[in-house]
Each structure stands twice: as structure tokens, then as C-alpha cells.
Design a protein around this ligand. Structure first.
Ligand code: S3P
Ligand code: PEP
Length: 449
């Protein structure tokens, strides 16, 4: 078996992650994927020049850049280090001819662009990830767009890609949208509604999952000068016509779900000298606060100083009961951490994890069990029986096209006796291309196999 050191994870390669007792350093946390998406779209929809400092760089960002350009905006890096992006926005999306957008594996990018794409005469959305994004539903959103006057056709009745929308002439009115499987459908309609030219009223039916993302959407829309009236429960919205997105400068904070993987990686290590310090983590972020509270509840050694979060290893962790809907993208790494906590953990209210890049309940549990963890998948929960003594490992585990599963499996490898070999590692690039290289810099043995 030939082994060499890792720089980037490429297709077809496997990575062996060693058991590791000690990690140490100040890793650079990637920029927030949630804010990059929202600020870039707001800038695309504003007439004039906007500037975005520290946009996320990842496969999802590349898909977003392609989408913004297809809507008619001009994007340009300000400097060679890619610290800031200048965007000349279009005001209202424009295209003379039919356009095609490859949205990669980026669910939120797809969903938010589906809404805005309905302002174009004809747009087709495709994916080069048919096994992942190609199997995620869009039906409810397409039905809402039809109710606003768009013609939509999809590869299946569930609204799978490829999807073609013939739009252009939309009308307002009162529409319903399901919030049961994804909040992204609602966010999509909230971005579109101000540009329709008539008042739109939206009623969320079936409850609303992932509410923190809707609050982030509303916050960004407000910063962009868009007024949305809504109730406290986030179920009813009224959006008046005649509004315009405002061009401005935005600064992207650090990404909490990426930070969650690093924090869990440190918390799982046995040596009390393990320590990571992460910066650019904005205090007060709803998902961030939920993440820190969950780690504290497990008794991880955390210290917060302004935008810097420091964590140490070598602690006996405790099992938790957690409503996972408040920090849905952080659940896989928290489940991985709970595999080494004392006692039982229950992650509940997580049914929407079935509809992510993989089935993050069944696929995650299958791989964790292979590694030696005691986890039980349920329809809307994961139950973990912690094994503080560690797990055997020494097997091949697969990421199921899913960056968050890869991060979770890497965390487990650190506390295994024989390490884990990960397949499908290239999918890490969806949100955190340098994750494995960063682990290696922090002291983890990461080898291409
Ligand atoms: O709006 C967003 O930016 C996102 C919403 C969430 O999806 P759901 O609303 O489908 O849970 C989340 O999982 C995704 O990574 C990003
Ligand atoms: C679910 C995720 O992303 P998306 O829905 O944007 O594909 C994620 O990043 O964990």
C-alpha cells in the first residue's frame, strides 16, 4: 500500500485518518456558506456595485457564482488572495435567451435560484451530482412558482432535476408553501416576491423546519433594503410590490457548521493538552449559540472571547438530548462526538436530515456502525449509546456524497483504535475543501491510500 501526504482530496482517492490523541492550533475557519449565498444574491438583485468581503470559497460557492452570472450580474475578485468580490448587480434578473445553470450539489443555491429563475423567460437547472442533489425534492416549491404564473417541468413528480422554468410574466396573490421538508422553499419565495410587481402573501403550511435559516434570510433582506411583514411564528408573510434591493458592502462571518467539525475533532481527543482556537465566529448567531450550548451540555471545555472560541480535549463527555432542528447541519458531527460520551444521547426533531446530500439519518448510522459505534436510526431521531473507551475502527467507511458525513467520520477516526479509511472524500469540497489538509496541519495523521 503506497501512502503519501494529503493536499487536496480528489475523486477516486481514499484517505486514511489515524487515531489521534492530541491536536493543537489556530485553524482558519471557512466563511459562512449561508451568508455568502444570501449576500451574493442580494447583491445580484441590486442595481449597481456591491462588495462582499471574505466570501466562502467552495464548490457550493462556484455553483452560486455561475447562478448569479446567469441572472445577469458581473462578478470580479478584487484581489489575488480572493478576499473581496465586487458584484455589479442587475436589479431584476435578465437574459435574452434561454439559459442553463449547473447547480453542482448545492441545495440552497438551487432552491433560491429556482425562485429567481422564474423571472427569466426560460431557465434550465442541471446537476453533475445526480446521486445526491438529483434525488432531492423540489415539488412544493415548483407548485408555488406555478401558482405565481411560472411554467415548470421537472424530471419527476417529486420535482427532481433537471428542471425547466418558463417564467418572465408572474403575478402576485396569496400562495401556500410547505415548510415540512425544507426552509429553503420559503427563503426562495421571500427573495423572489419583492420583484414580482404585485403584492404577494405567503402562508406556510405543514409547519416550518430549520427556522434559523428563515430568520437569516429575513435579516439579510432587511439589510438589503427589502421590507417583509410577517408574524412571530414565521408562518404568514406580506410582501408589497415596487421594492428594490440596495447595493452595499457586506462582510461574511465564519461558518459555524465547519467550526462544529473542528470543535468536535478537538473535544473527542483524549489528551488534555489538545487545544484549538477558532476566530471569526460571530457571537449571537442563532446556530452558533445552539452549537456552543450543545457542546457545553456535553461538558466540553469551551471558552468564548469575543469572536474567538477555544476548546480543549481530554474531558469526559456526557450524553445529551438535543432538538436538532435548531442546528441541523451540525448534527452529524455532534452525533459522532456523542458516540464517545458517557451514557445515552438522543438527537430528535431531525426528520429533514433524510433530504440532505445523503440520508443523514440512515446513511450516517450505517457508516458509524461499521466503525464500531452504537447508534440507532429512527424516522426523526438518532439514538446514541456512547462508548467512552473508544471504538475499533480499522475499516473502510463511505461519505455517501456528503461533506458533513465525511466530517463526522473523521471525528470518529480520531478516537478509534485502528483509524478509518474514508472513501468519496472529494465531496468535502462542497463546503470545506481544505478540511483534511487542515486536520493534518493540526496534528492528525491523514494519508492518501
Ligand atoms: O437556507 C439555507 O442556507 C440552508 C438551509 C438548511 O436546509 P433546510 O431548510 O432544507 O433544512 C441547511 O441544511 C442548508 O445547509 C442551508
Ligand atoms: C444541507 C446542506 O446544504 P444544501 O442544502 O445547501 O445542499 C449542508 O450544507 O449541510
Amino acid at each position: 500500500m503506497q501512502e503519501e501526504s494529503v493536499q487536496t482530496a480528489i475523486a477516486g482517492q481514499k484517505l486514511y485518518i489515524s487515531p489521534t490523541d492530541l491536536i493543537y492550533g489556530q485553524p482558519e475557519v471557512p466563511s459562512s456558506k449561508y451568508h455568502t449565498l444570501r449576500y451574493l444574491l442580494a447583491s445580484t438583485l441590486a442595481a449597481g456595485e456591491s462588495r462582499i468581503v471574505f466570501p466562502a470559497e467552495s464548490d457550493d460557492s462556484e455553483a452560486l457564482f455561475r447562478g448569479c452570472r446567469a441572472l445577469g450580474s458581473h462578478l470580479e475578485w478584487e484581489d489575488e488572495q480572493h478576499r473581496a468580490l465586487r458584484i455589479i448587480g442587475v436589479g431584476r434578473p435578465q437574459a435574452k435567451e434561454a439559459v442553463t445553470i449547473n447547480v453542482g450539489n448545492a441545495g440552497a443555491v438551487l432552491r433560491l435560484l429556482l425562485g429567481l429563475g422564474a423571472l427569466l423567460p426560460e431557465v434550465t437547472f442541471t446537476t453533475d451530482h445526480p446521486q445526491s442533489l438529483g434525488k432531492r425534492p423540489n415539488r412544493e416549491l415548483l407548485e408555488a412558482l406555478k401558482a405565481l404564473g411560472a411554467q415548470c417541468s421537472a424530471a419527476s413528480s417529486e420535482g427532481y432535476l433537471p428542471i425547466t422554468i418558463k417564467g418572465g410574466k408572474l403575478h402576485g396573490g396569496r400562495i401556500g408553501i410547505s415548510g415540512a421538508r425544507s426552509s429553503q422553499y420559503l427563503s426562495s419565495l421571500l427573495y423572489l416576491a419583492p420583484l414580482i410587481g404585485e403584492r404577494v402573501e405567503i402562508e406556510v403550511v405543514d409547519g416550518l423546519k430549520s427556522q434559523p435559516f428563515v430568520r437569516t434570510t429575513l435579516q439579510v433582506l432587511q439589510e438589503a433594503g427589502i421590507e417583509i411583514q410577517h408574524d412571530e411564528a414565521l408562518l404568514h408573510y406580506r410582501i408589497e410590490a415596487g421594492q428594490q434591493y440596495r447595493a452595499r458592502e457586506y462582510v461574511i462571518p465564519g461558518d459555524y457548521p465547519s467550526a462544529a467539525a473542528l470543535l468536535a475533532a478537538c473535544a473527542v481527543t483524549n489528551d488534555p493538552s489538545s487545544e484549538l482556537s477558532l476566530s471569526r465566529l460571530r457571537p449571537g448567531d442563532e446556530i452558533g449559540e445552539a452549537l456552543l450550548a450543545a457542546l457545553r451540555a456535553m461538558d466540553a471545555a469551551l471558552q468564548v472571547d469575543g469572536e474567538t472560541v477555544t476548546i480543549r480535549g481530554g474531558r469526559r463527555l456526557h450524553g445529551i438530548e438535543l432538538d436538532g432542528d435548531q442546528l441541523i447541519d451540525c448534527i452529524p458531527v455532534l452525533v459522532a462526538l456523542a458516540c464517545f460520551a458517557e451514557g445515552k444521547s438522543i438527537f430528535y426533531n431531525i426528520e429533514s436530515l433524510h433530504y440532505k446530500e445523503s440520508d443523514r439519518i440512515n446513511d450516517l448510522c450505517a457508516e458509524l456502525r461499521r466503525a464500531g459505534c452504537a447508534v440507532l436510526p429512527q424516522q426523526d431521531a438518532i439514538i446514541v449509546h456512547g462508548r467512552p473507551q473508544g471504538v475499533e475502527g480499522g475499516v473502510l467507511v463511505d461519505g455517501h456524497n456528503d461533506h458533513r458525513l465525511l466530517m463526522a467520520l473523521a471525528v470518529v477516526a480520531l478516537r478509534s483504535q485502528r483509524g478509518l479509511t474514508l472513501t468519496g472524500v472529494e465531496h468535502i469540497a462542497k463546503s470545506y475543501p481544505h478540511f483534511f489538509a487542515e486536520l493534518e496541519r493540526l496534528g492528525v495523521g491523514v494519508k492518501k491510500v
